[in-house]
Design a protein. Sequence first.
Lengths: 341, 466
Amino acid sequence: MDLQILWFCLIAFFWSGYFLLEGFDFGVGMLLPFVPRDEKERGAMFQTIGPVWDGNEVWLVVVGGATFAAFPSWYGTMFSGFYIAFLLLLFLLIVRVVSFEWRSKSDAPRWRRMWMWVNAIASAGIPLIWGVGLANLLHGVPIDSNGDFSGTFWDLFSGYTVLAGIAFVLVFAFHGAAFLTLRTTGDLFERVSRAARRLALPAAVVASAFLIWTIAVAVDRNDKDVFPVILPAAIAIAALLVAVYLVYAGKIGLAFSLTAIGTIAVVATLFTGLYPRVMVSSPDFGNSLTVDNASSEHYTLAVLSVVALIVLPLVLLYQGWTYHVFRARVTGDEAPAPEGV
Amino acid sequence: MWGVGLLGSTVVDLARVQFATTSIYHFLFVPLTLGLGPLVAIMQTLWHRTGNEAWLRLTRFFGTLFLINFAIGVATGLVQEFEFGMNWSVYSRFVGNVFGAPLAIEGLGAFFLESTFLGLWIFGWNRLSPRLHLATLWIAVAGSWLSGYFILVANSWMQHPVGYKIVNGQAQLTSVWALLSNGFALRAYVHTMLAGLIFGSMVVLGICCWHFLRGRDVDLFLKAAKLALIVAVPVTLLQLVVGNRFGAAVTSAQSMKIAASEAQWNTCQPCGFSVVQIGGFTASDQTPSFSITVPRLLSYMATGSFDGQVQGLNQLQTQEQRQYGRGNYMPNIRVIYWSMRVMAFAGVLMFLVAAAGAWLYWKRKLERARWFQWTALAGIALPYIAATAGWILTEMGRQPWIVQGLLLTSKANSPSVSTTWLGISLGVFIGLYLALGIVDFVLMRRYARPDRPGPQEELPLPAVTY
C-alpha cells in the first residue's frame, strides 16, 4: 500500500479519534449550563469526563504532529492560512483546559459559575471552528502558486462551511448527552435523557443536510464522483437517524454507540470527499495541495508507519482500559479521592 | 531584550518575539512537571513501602501542586505545536520531513501515556489496587520524560542537523538513527532532565523551608526536605559538570554561539574565561573597559584542554561569509554573554544552597536556621532564572539561523501572515498568559502555604476533585 495513502487514512483516523472521544467531552461541556440543577450535579457531570478528557485531547496533539511530519505543506498552509481561526481556537483550548483544573480550587459560587461558563462556551466554540475549518479544506480556499493561503479570514465563511460548524456543535451536543445517559443515575439521568431527546432530531437533520451538501461540494468543487463519497455519508445519516429512533423509543442506552458511528462516518465523508487532495484551492483548482505534492518522502513515512503500527494498538488498549476502570456511573456523592485512606 | 519596538518591527521580529514569549513561558511549567513528578512518585512509593501516613500526606500535598502546574504546561504546549505552522510555514515545509517526525512520535508515544495515566492516577485512588495506582504515576512520569527526549531531538536538529539531505529546497530524513542518537540531543537531554530535577528539588526544599519558618508540620516537612536534599546536592553538582561538557559539544557544532557567549572577538590559545566584564559587546567596541578573567579556563571549558584554541567572532564571521555569502552571522553578543553567565552563576548558587541545606540537615539545624530557610524560599526563583537564561542562550545564540547553516530565520516565516495579525496574536497570548500566570501563582501559593485553614491533623485535600 502506498504510504501516502496510509498516512492520509491515519490522519483521518486521528481526527476520528479526536472527535469521537473529545466530541462527547464537548457535549458534556455544552450541556453544563442547562442540564444540572445544582452544584452537586454539575460536579457529577464534570466527573463523568474528569479522568479522560486530557487523554482524549492528545488525539488533537497527534493530529497536529502527524500532519506536520507526514504532510508538511498541508500543515504549513493550513495552520498559517487559517490564522485567525486557529488563534481563536488556541484561546478556547487553553481556557478550557484550565477551566477543568481550576473550577474545583475554590468553593466560591461566582468562581465556580465562571469556570462552568468558560468550559461551556469553549466546548461549543471549539467544534464550531473545527467544523468551519475542516469544511473549508473541501470547499476550497484561495491558494497561490507557492502553496500559500492568499485569502482573508472572511473567505472561510460560506453557507456550507457555517452549516458544517453548526452540524459539528449539534452532533457533539447530542453525542455528549448520549454519553451522559450511560454515566449518570437518578434525577440527573432523567434530565440528560430529556436533553438527548431534545437534541436528537435537530442534530440528525442538520448533520444530514451538511452531509448531503458535502457530497455536492465534493462533486462540484473537488472533481469527485458521487460514489464513493455517498457511502460514509449514508452510514452517518443512517446512524444518526437510528439514534433518533432509539432515543424516542426509550432505548437510550444504545444511542451512544450510534452517535459514535455517526461521528466517525462524518469525518470519513469529509476525507473521502477530499482524497486525493488535502486542501482544495479555489478559484485556482490547479494549486490544490494533494496527497502527492504535500507529503513527506517515503523514508519519513516508513519510519512513522513503523512507530504508529507499534504504538497505536497499545494506546487503544490502555485508553480502552481507562474507560473500563471508570465505567461505573457517577452519582455525585463520591469524592474521587477518599479522606483518610 | 530583542531590540525591537512593536511599531516598525517586521513580521519576522514579531514572530520571534512571539515564539520567545510563548516557549519561555511554556518552559516555566514543563521542567517542574519533569522534576516534581518523580519526587511525588518517590513519596508515594515510600508510603506504599513503609505504610507511613506522613508520606501519603506529602504525596497529596505535593501532588496537588504538581497538577496545578501540569495543567498550564498542557494548555501552553498546544500553542507551541501550532505555532510552527501558524507563524513559520516556510520553516515547517523545509523541516517537516525531519523535525515533524519526533513531534509526531512524541504525541503518539509520550503524551498519550502521560495524559492517560495521569487521569488514572488522579481519579484512581479507590478504583485501582494501591500497587497499580502507584504504577500509573510512574508511567505518567515516564511519559513526561519520554516527551522531553523527543522534543529535544527535534530542537537539537535545529542546532546541529544530522541524518538528512537537501532535495529541492527541502530537508529530507536519511537516517532516523542518526536523528535519534544525535550527540547534541543526548547531551541536551541529560542537561534538561537534570534541570527538571533541580526544579523539583529546589521547589520542594523552598516550600519545606516556608513551613519551618511558620513552624507548621515541621516533622512532616523535614522528611520531604531530606528527600529534596538527597536529590538536589548530587544533581546540582552533576549539572555543573554536564553543563560544562554540553558547552564543549556546542563549541564543535556551533562555534559562533560559544564565541558569542564569551564575547571572544579574536581567536585565542590559550583562552581566559571572562567572569564579568563591562563593554566589549559590539563590533565597534571589542575590548572591554573592565574585566575579571580566569586564565586558561575558557580553553578548558570549550575544548577540554587547558591549551585548547577557541575561534573568535571576527574569524568566524569571515569564514561564514565565505561559506554562506554576505551577511551578519553573529548573534546579539551582549545578550548571549549575559544569558550564559546568569545561567551558570544561578547553577553554582543552587549547588551552594543545596550543599548548605544538606550540611544543616546533617547537623540537625535545618528546622531552626532561619537565614537558610529564607534563602531556600527565595531560592525557588533560581531554577526559573537559570532555565530561562539557558533557553535564551540556546535559541538566540543560534541566530541568524533557524536551522544552523541551512535556513535563515529571516526567510522562514509565514508569507500569508501580516504584521497586524502577528501583533494581535502576540497581544492575545501575552494577555492570556499574564492572566494564567497570576491565577496559577495565587493557586500554587494557596495550596503550598503553611497556614492553610483547617485542622492540622487532617489530610491535605485530595489531589483533584470536580
